[in-house]
Design a protein around this ligand. Structure first.
Ligand code: DGT
Ligand code: CA
Ligand code: CA
Ligand code: ZN
Length: 579
């Protein structure tokens, strides 16, 4: 069992305990432990009791629970809970607006155990008998069910990657001579993932037996000689394909997809008297295989330069590859800094210096600290006095840290009428400003668009944060005329953010590309709320690469000097005191 798998069980235990309604401390203990486990580098399965107890948030009970799970794959406490509270109740918690108290009420009084039950109960008027669940609330629940079904079966790619890597590690350690690759939509860097695809090359057939014994298996969907599929307890489906060594290049190409890219490629092969499938590239005339050990050789044999997986969506990449016009996509190496992060001054989990040092360890040359402004009261947003003091503190720490430059910024709320949450006078004293919408999401299209345009027109705003406000698999973007926003950003020299938080990835690849095509600069930001979140840059990079972006399209590939000169305020003749 790896840490992630144990963390999943702990997190389910905490949800189940919440439905059961036990002491909140107990619930929190499991939840904290689950979070801690996902951040540890060493495997807790291999630790003795003493080492376990030295982990913060792991006490005696939890330590023995971890040992039990490592030994048996599950925990008696967990399985007993599941006897009284079926796992499908956890699906109800995923519905927007449905908390554990309501789920518990529905379960005990109406015997609702899953989403279908709940829908039936509403349709037959059974909820009318219950307190606090009137017509209005029922309509909201039906809505949430519809949304949930729309997203069903997909998950955030960030979490799918964690699972994919743990399956690959697991297979690799049992079959050290096999070569294992993550393929499908994950390899293409898509924002969400349907099923996880793993390719095994030159591994023995018994790899399938290993695969179907994965520790958190729910059930085996199919098991064969070349393909097996399993479902894990958390709902993830994983496909495994096995091919011989001589098919590696072709199989990597085929199973990476996308389907529509593959169709175009296959047609191209046919026109050249060739046949392309997952086993190789063949001459149609005599069925002889053309030697193509790698993907690159497949593309070359078809007269194309090597197409990065992120571009394989049949959106013009084949034509570009044919004429040697593929973009030189932005890479992690070219990213020099991060311009969106939070500290304990508002809703972050670490102080300025800890965040700065973490950014430096992540290889960044500069970090913008951008805590929230006062309107975001639940995040303890900063008023003008606190904001300016915080900026002083950031600059003070910046002077002490020679190897990273800190910028004193802010993520300033755009109020419902489009005014900024702090005065322009205050904002002008900072190094840069992100403006974001965090409230009144339900405004109509005209109002919401004008609101953001007004912020863009303020001379102190440099970046619009998470411009569409969507939360993947949970909340649609707000109603916005995105083209007007892009146009205004171009006119005013304001950059648009690609926010790397896995549930945001906002702007998305389509809009980011459109913005770039109109001359708008993008910034890839982590929006880090904790020191370990700078690694999220990779998520935003996937979006940027899928948007065909090159280093020159991205603000934070610049050196700190270039960046300072490119900020809007540098052109305002503003005397901004930095040092
Ligand atoms: P997903 O799972 O919805 O996130 O998206 P993908 O792209 O991972 O799709 P999936 O898992 O159905 O298939 C993985 C790759 O395998 C797909 O991108 C292309 C390839 N593939 C699968 N079935 C077919 C097929 O019938 N024809 C072709 N040309 N390619 C296929
Ligand atoms: Ca897939
Ligand atoms: Ca698949
Ligand atoms: Zn924000």
């Amino acid at each position: 069992m790896n840490n992630q798998q144990i963390a999943t069980i702990f997190s389910e235990i905490s949800d189940l305990l919440e439905i059961k309604g036990v002491n909140p401390f107990k619930i929190r203990a499991y939840r904290n432990a689950a979070e801690t486990l996902t951040t540890l580098d060493e495997s807790v399965s291999e630790m003795d009791s003493k080492a376990l107890l030295s982990i913060p948030s792991i006490g005696k009970d939890l330590a023995s629970r971890i040992q039990e799970i490592s030994r048996t794959g599950t925990s008696l406490f967990y399985t007993e809970l599941l006897e009284n509270y079926p796992r499908s109740l956890l699906d109800l918690l995923k519905l927007q607006g449905l908390g554990p108290k309501t789920v518990s009420l529905l379960h005990t009084s109406l015997n609702v155990t899953n989403i279908d039950d709940l829908e039936r109960a509403i349709q037959t008027g059974q909820l009318n008998k219950l307190r606090g669940l009137g017509q209005k609330k029922q309509a909201l629940i039906l809505n949430a069910i519809a949304e949930h079904r729309k997203y069903l079966g997909r998950q955030l790619s960030a979490s799918a990657w964690v699972i994919a890597k743990s399956v690959v590690d697991y297979l690799q350690s049992a079959h050290p001579n096999g070569r294992f690759h993550v393929v499908g939509s994950l390899r293409r860097g898509c924002e969400t993932c349907g099923d996880i695809d793993i390719l095994a090359v030159d591994a023995s057939e018994s790899t399938h037996d290993t695969f179907i014994s994965f520790p958190t298996l729910e059930r085996v969907i199919v098991k064969g000689k070349t393909k097996s599929s399993i479902l894990l307890r958390d709902g993830s489906q994983i496909d495994l394909r096995l091919v011989p060594l001589e098919s590696e290049g072709a199989a990597l190409q085929y199973f990476t997809g996308s389907r529509s890219h593959n169709v175009s490629l296959r047609d191209r092969a046919i026109k050249r008297g060739l046949k392309l499938n997952e086993y190789g590239l063949f001459q149609t005339s005599d069925q002889s295989q053309i030697k193509t050990a790698s993907e690159r050789e497949i593309y070359r044999a078809l007269g194309l330069s090597d197409i990065p997986p992120e571009l394989r969506e049949n959106r013009g990449e084949i034509q570009a590859a044919e004429s040697n016009n593929l973009p030189s996509l932005v890479t992690r190496k070219t990213i020099r800094g991060d311009l969106h992060s939070h500290t304990t001054a508002t809703d972050g989990q670490a102080d300025i210096e800890t965040m700065a040092r973490a950014a430096q360890s992540a290889g960044l040359e500069y970090l913008g600290i951008t805590d929230h402004s006062q309107a975001l009261a639940m995040a303890n947003g900063l008023d003008e006095t606190r904001m300016l003091k915080h900026a002083d503190a950031i600059r003070e720490i910046d002077r002490r840290l020679p190897n990273i430059t800190l910028l004193a910024g802010v993520e300033c709320d755009i109020l419902p009428d489009g005014k900024l949450d702090l005065s322009e006078d205050c904002l002008a004293q900072l190094d840069f400003v992100i403006a974001s919408v965090h409230s009144s999401f339900k405004q109509g299209q005209r109002q919401m668009t004008d609101r953001i345009l007004r912020a863009i027109e303020s001379p102190v705003v440099d970046i619009v944060g998470h411009p569409t406000g969507r939360l993947l698999l949970r909340r649609e973007p707000y109603d916005l005329e995105i083209d007007e926003v892009i146009e205004a950003a171009a006119t005013n020299g304001v950059a648009l953010e690609i926010n790397s938080q896995p549930q945001r990835l906002d702007l998305n690849e389509i809009y980011a590309k459109r913005a770039r095509d109109r001359g708008v600069k993008l910034v890839i930001s982590t929006d880090a709320h904790a020191p370990d979140q700078f690694s999220l840059l990779d998520r935003g990079l996937f979006v940027a690469r899928r948007a065909w972006l090159e280093p020159r399209d991205i603000l934070n590939t610049q050196t700190i000097t270039e960046l300072r000169a490119s900020l809007r305020r540098s052109g305002l003749g503003n005397t901004i005191k930095n040092q």
